[in-house]
Design a protein around this ligand. Structure first.
Ligand code: HEM
Ligand code: HEM
Length: 182
């Protein structure tokens, strides 16, 4: 097998693929539940609080999951993208992945800070209290909530570009890049 064939044959490991798809599903759930809470606010308080708890717990779990994934990646780096991929596209792919990782770390932290500053200290899975350096502070909370919102908008756009890129590889270039993650 020459270099090019080795590149084409590369597939992310089962662990990397599992982490990717669990993350993708969790992020989708976050968008649905987050928007539900904010734009289609349920009338019943108890149900609303349950939705908040689910959103906060799934969201916060993405933080250690992503840190583990980045750590795992050091020992299991992916093969380079196809050699004939124009440099600008390679750069775009890497920038997109970096932005996704940044959001997967930033969004849970912003959500945590917003929730705490609104006066609801967060306990992960109902077991581990996650402290923040500030107590209830509504002015600060509004800033964190705005950042959490705009972070969600930016993450949504990055995901659209990401899925668009995956489709471009699968349908236009047919270069096997999508298959690396399937
Ligand atoms: C990757 C993780 C996360 C994603 C993608 C995400 C996404 C979203 C989205 C799309 C909304 C609705 C839009 C808006 O902000 O108004 C939202 C709202 C909200 N999220 Fe998250 N979220 C994440 C993690 C968290 C975490 C970990 C917490 C708290 C521990 C949290 C707390 C909240 C709260 C309290 C709201 C209601 C609006 C507000 O007060 O800011 N989120 N989230
Ligand atoms: C239908 C949805 C999705 C498809 C088809 C898809 C497809 C892919 C593919 C094919 C790759 C490998 C690219 C390569 O070989 O260089 C990849 C990587 C990646 N994806 Fe997705 N993805 C999807 C959703 C998501 C979502 C929602 C996120 C997170 C918010 C995400 C985060 C990532 C990250 C961070 C990488 C880089 C992996 C690495 O460290 O090399 N993906 N995705």
């Amino acid at each position: 097998m020459n270099n090019r064939e080795a590149e084409m044959a590369f597939r992310y490991s089962p662990t990397a693929r599992a982490l990717h798809w669990v993350t993708a599903l969790a992020v989708l759930a976050q968008f649905i539940i987050g928007s539900w809470i904010v734009w289609f606010e349920p009338g019943e308080e108890a149900f609303k609080f349950r939705l908040y708890a689910i959103h906060e717990n799934i969201g916060f779990t993405l933080l250690p999951l992503t840190l583990y994934r980045l750590f795992y990646r050091i020992g299991h780096p992916p093969a380079p993208l196809p050699e004939d991929l124009p440099a600008i596209m390679r750069l775009a792919a890497h920038a997109n992945h970096a932005a996704l990782y940044l959001a997967l770390i930033g969004m849970p932290l912003l959500g945590l800070c917003a929730t705490s500053a609104w006066g609801f200290p967060f306990t992960w899975l109902g077991l581990v209290p996650i402290p923040t350096p500030f107590g209830k502070n509504e002015a600060l909370a509004a800033v964190f909530s705005a950042l959490h919102f705009w972070g969600a908008v930016a993450l949504g756009l990055a995901i659209l570009a990401h899925v668009g890129g995956a489709l471009f590889h699968a349908v236009v270039r047919r270069d096997g890049v999508l298959q690396r993650m399937l």
